[in-house]
Write a protein that binds this ligand. Sequence first.
Ligand code: AMP
Length: 115
Amino acid sequence: MFITDCIFCKIIKGEIPSKKAYEDDKILAFYDINPQAPVHVLVIPKAHIPSVDAINEENCGIVSHIFTKIPQIAKENKLDGGYRVISNCGDNACQSVKHLHFHILGGKQLSENMA
Ligand code: AMP
């Protein structure tokens, strides 16, 4: 379930500290260490999935679970004016941590540029 050298697996196990925004038995949300917006939360599955590219019929339930919790996390962080959800997938998208994660960005007017 855990990958030894994965930073996010270490965060889930408590080996690396994080500031939690939400947690249940399947997912963890925590504040990004290098925020790109006033509110920058990462939402990850506890089971290691490398990226969006590894989502399949067997493991896709976790994605709907994450997306049912994102509005709650957004509300708790007062993102009433709107927010952006991003998942970088692979090298061309500059994915730096190879554990599926969704960025929630908000707390200001975001740029129209997405790439
Ligand atoms: P990505 O570039 O899409 O793979 O996003 C990885 C994100 O993880 C970046 O925004 C990093 O700032 C963030 N990050 C890396 N290490 C940590 C950490 N220990 N705690 C919180 N966020 C982290």
